[in-house]
Ligand binder design. Structure first.
Ligand code: NPG
Length: 377
């Protein structure tokens, strides 16, 4: 389903980059580490018609992927932003092509493209959701639960999220914190929609352990093996009855096509940052929809900027599984937007205003900013 109508060209005047430090309401532990503060880059694109916002979802350290904040800052400042300023007048759909000579750095590219999409769509008074092809005005909300002290603490934490109304639980696992944790949650809450996320923590040698998850009737196991283990994922998928979902491995439309061709996954997690932008995310959605492969929208602890964009993306018809688009207060006491996403009856609303459909809380933004630069020709 190609985009109904591309966003019109904008004339770029400047791009402002900020590193933010946003404290998390509770530490978030995955197989690759514990975060207590979200470090993220926010992008403001100023055009002759107004402005637009984007978010570069890198983390402080390259633990989830090879990208990290300082690297994204450098590549944006030295190469990506100058290329856009040089191009000056272009449509958001041209951003990927303008930045294509620079290898990789997809999260940085995605954040820049989003700011330009937002600016262009605001100028046209069209919402990002409508532009991407949304067919729903609200989406079911799942929550991602970090590794806790022990399985009993995990059960307590999950109970809190179920009380809030989240319709699907994802728990993080790693070697030694997998079977007992999953059994505890299944045992405590019966047949709730439940899935696990390994963040690449296993190898094919762990196939027997991972097969012990099969009796728990999980929705899926996410990214058990390394990013480039496509063939090993295909081998593992044959051994498990739990559906294998890929996250880290799917860095582009081409990677998604290869993974499906090799039957390395039967479900795909789509994250716009990881794949280089919301427009590439839509292309992966379209591929999977045509192939009958369900997708869901992942999360990277986004601020209200990326969270609004994720809600728009998750409203496309192929997103048939609840995603990690949870309420802002699941991570942040103070978001940087004036209208943070809230949970209503287990769902979040898809923003309908122009562009991202959110306002920026400039005071909160200023307070969270630890570094700022504005680049112009
Ligand atoms: O709800 O935003 C959210 C978090 C969902 O668990 C989540 N994200 O591996 O999918 C992941 C993980 C993540 C977070 C990965 C931050 C990288 C950075």
């Amino acid at each position: 389903m190609p985009l109904a109508r591309p966003a019109a060209a904008v004339t770029l005047e400047s791009i402002e980059l900020r590193v933010l430090h946003l404290p998390l309401v509770a530490p978030f532990t995955t197989s690759f580490g514990t975060e207590t503060v979200r470090e993220v880059i926010v992008v403001r694109a100023r055009t002759t018609d107004g402005e637009g916002w984007g978010e570069i979802v890198t983390q402080h350290a390259p633990l989830y992927s090879s990208e990290y904040t300082q690297g994204a800052w450098d590549v944006a400042e030295q190469f990506l932003v100058p290329a856009l300023l040089d191009a000056r007048t272009f449509a958001p759909g041209d951003v990927a092509g303008i930045l294509e000579p620079f290898v990789g750095h997809r999260m940085a590219k995605a954040g820049l493209e989003l700011a330009l999409l937002d600016a262009a769509l605001r100028a046209e008074s069209r919402s990002l959701a409508e532009h991407l092809g949304a067919v729903r005005d609200r989406i079911p909300s799942g929550v991602s639960v970090g590794i806790q002290q022990d399985p009993a603490a995990l059960v307590d934490t999950v109970a809190g999220y179920l009380d809030e109304g989240y319709v699907r639980i994802k728990i993080k696992i790693k070697p030694g914190r997998d079977i007992a944790d999953t059994a505890a949650v299944r045992g405590a809450f019966g047949d709730i929609p439940l899935q696990v996320d390994a963040n690449s923590a296993y190898t094919l040698a762990d196939a027997d352990t991972l097969a012990e998850l099969d009796p728990f009737d999980l929705l899926l196991i996410e990214q058990p093996l390394q990013e480039d283990d496509i063939v090993d994922h295909a081998t593992l998928a044959k051994r498990l009855s739990t559906p294998v979902c890929l996250d880290e491995s799917i860095v582009s439309l081409k990677a998604a096509r290869d993974a499906l061709a090799l039957v390395a996954a039967s479900v795909i997690n789509i994250k716009a940052g990881r794949v280089g932008g919301y427009l590439e995310a839509v292309r992966i959605h379209d591929l999977c929809r045509d192939a009958g492969v369900p997708v869901w929208c992942g999360g990277m602890l986004e601020t209200g900027i990326g969270r609004a964009a994720n809600a728009a993306l998750a409203a496309l018809p192929g997103f048939t599984l609840p995603g990690d688009v949870s309420a802002s207060n699941r991570f942040y006491a103070h978001d940087i937007v004036t209208d943070p996403i809230v949970l209503e009856d287990g769902h979040v609303r898809v923003p309908t205003g122009p562009g991202l459909g959110i306002g920026i809380d400039e005071a909160a933004l200023a307070e969270a900013t630890v570094r700022r630069v504005e680049l112009r020709l």
